[in-house]
Design a protein around this ligand. Structure first.
Ligand code: FES
Length: 581
């Protein structure tokens, strides 16, 4: 070695990248020489922090289509702070295009991130994410290495506008679809609305899963202030990316790894904030999985205990009226957090090297209609409630702020669909025996049954009931729901039907009782009959016989455990000297 491995002159912090670039002889010559082929100079090899910019840019992920531009600002921030940036791609997950569902690939991307970081001379990483699953996937991968990390989100699209009306991604698609199916919207109007909804770069501008995960990253301190809400095309988003480049260099120099930021306190804060923003139910599985990677004890019940009684204060679609652009102008997440600061652990650390409470000192709300006061909430219960009973022994979730108050206590007869295809084939049958009190039950939509647990849980109502003016019904499944969707929808029923969970035992005509106040979900069939049905149960054949899908269904955990692979739980700390030659 010409000098201590990777140590920057004057610094006591050894750089992991030095194990590649500071070596004597051919093992140093090879990485240096080949990196020079890209025009990189000796500064890359002089011991300064090498910062990976992990990019999920892809033209197949429209919400992340601008991330290569954003990466340039991160690079400038890294260079200004004395680091050396190296951008690398990982698999991207585009919600609108991928089949069967992006969730099937979240864990795969996390492995891509983890192994790319682990295998390369990277000292710290900036994670560029946007569309729903890209944020948890990147955080999970970085967490598994426990490397210094900052998350930068691509930001939400500008508000959609159509014929004088504001449009929210996803949320208004569901409304348009109902209007189209019932003849209230023409084909031409339907096509016109497509262009009006998505009119700029960025992710869905409702408080869907992408905005929820970007906001919760901000709440957990792993992303900078305003990360969740600055519009994708606002110049302040570029400035945020540049600042992130500076902060990651500081984090590397101080040896502050992601596990120092994503502590139990950070997760607890995130659960409380999720209630106050009326966040997506998908955050439940993502945060459970992320906590599992870090060894942070977090359970499904923590969501109810910590967040269920948090009032929803952000009046954003799908639960409310406004959109992410309005949220930013109103003061963003810091203003919201200030309104619930008595519920937060203000000492939790952030990537700026300070406490999360420091962010709130400068926060102010500029629009009480968008960020409501505590005495004027959008809904009293903004968080996620966890239901249990003989239908969901390991739990199920429901988002009260997106549901109908009149259905919070409901007794109805089940109408069972064996799978998503069966549902699609029969739901609009004019002879279907269904009324507004019926409980729609969808089987085989869980992690194994429909690999990845797709967002099919908010079953569209039967056309004949929509025509009668019915707007909501109780729906139950082991699937998920889009963060932009709404309705009285019981999701993530665990264990799932495809592995023999009790949901598989429901028959059309059975009585089901939902009582949110007592957190209860019961199938009113006597135990002897349930045992008889269980004995006769025939499980569906495996969805995949080979390849990644095969690995997925054999390794995936259930919803109450975060849908992570069993072999990925727990971090393997990145080692500074795992050079194999
Ligand atoms: Fe990408 Fe909604 S489809 S964020």
């Amino acid at each position: 070695m010409t000098k201590p491995a990777g140590e920057k002159p004057g610094s006591q912090t050894p750089m992991r990248s030095g194990e590649w670039f500071a070596r004597e002889g051919k093992y140093g010559f090879i990485p240096r020489s080949w990196m020079r082929s890209q025009g990189f100079g000796p500064e890359l090899f002089d011991g300064r922090p090498v910062i990976g910019i992990c990019n999920t840019w892809s033209e197949l992920t429209p919400c992340n289509g601008h991330l290569r531009d954003l990466a340039e600002f991160v690079k400038r921030g890294v260079l200004l702070a004395g680091g050396y940036p190296l951008e690398f791609p990982v698999m991207s997950l585009g919600e609108p295009l991928m089949r069967p569902t992006t969730m099937m690939f979240r864990n795969l991307v996390s492995m891509d991130v983890e192994e790319t970081i682990r295998a390369n001379p990277i000292d710290g990483v900036v994670l560029l994410a946007g569309c729903d699953k890209t944020t948890p996937a990147l955080l999970m991968g970085a967490a598994s290495c426990d490397i210094p990390s900052v998350l930068v989100s691509g930001g939400p699209m500008l508000n959609g506008r159509f014929r004088g009306r504001e449009l929210g991604s996803g949320t208004d698609v569901f409304r348009f679809d109902e209007d189209y199916r019932t003849g209230r919207l023409s084909r031409e109007e339907y096509a016109e609305a497509e262009a009006a909804m998505s009119r700029s770069a960025g992710s869905c501008m409702t408080m869907g899963t992408a905005s929820t995960m970007a906001s919760l990253s901000e709440a957990m301190g792993i992303a900078l202030p305003m990360n969740g809400s600055i519009p994708a095309v606002d110049s302040r988003r570029s400035r945020l990316a540049e600042e992130a480049g500076g902060h990651i260099v500081s984090l590397v120099r101080s040896g502050t790894t992601i596990s120092r930021i994503l502590t139990r306190a950070a997760f607890e804060n995130a659960i409380v904030v999720n209630g106050a923003i009326g966040g997506s139910t998908n955050a439940v599985v993502h945060l459970l999985a992320l906590a599992g990677r870090l060894g942070v004890p977090l359970t499904l019940d923590d969501w109810d205990r910590l967040g269920a009684d948090v009032p929803c204060l952000v009046d954003l679609k799908p639960s409310g009226r406004f959109l992410m652009e309005d949220f930013y102008y109103a003061g963003g997440l810091a203003a919201l957090m200030k309104r619930i600061e008595d519920r937060l652990d203000l000492s939790a650390r952030t990537v700026e090297g300070a406490a999360i409470g420091d962010r709130l000192k400068r926060a102010d709300c500029y629009d009480d209609a968008v960020i409501r006061r505590r005495d004027d909430p959008v809904t009293e219960l903004g968080g996620i409630v966890v239901l249990r009973g003989n239908l969901a022994p390991e739990g199920a979730v429901l988002k009260p702020s997106a549901a109908s108050p009149r259905l919070m206590s409901h007794r109805g007869k089940a109408l069972v669909f064996d799978n998503a295809d069966d549902y699609r084939a029969r739901i609009d049958d004019p002879d279907l025996e269904v009324d507004a009190d019926t409980v729609l039950v969808l089987l085989n939509a869980g992690p194994v049954g429909y690999p990845g647990m797709p967002e099919v849980g908010n079953l569209t109502l039967p056309a004949k009931l929509l025509a009668q003016g019915v707007t909501d019904m109780v729906r139950i499944s082991d699937g998920r729901m889009s963060g932009t969707a709404y309705g009285t929808v019981v999701l993530h029923v665990s264990p799932e039907s495809a592995i023999g969970g009790p949901l598989a035992l429901v028959r059309t005509g059975d009585e089901i009782v939902l009582d949110v106040a007592s957190r209860s979900l019961e199938l009113k069939v006597d135990e002897a009959e349930l045992q008889r049905r269980h004995a006769e149960l025939v499980l569906p054949p495996p969805y995949f016989e080979r390849g990644y899908g095969h690995m997925f269904i054999n390794s995936v955990q259930q919803a109450h455990q975060g849908v992570d692979f069993d072999f990925l739980v727990g971090a393997t700390r990145i080692q500074p000297s795992k050079v194999s030659f």
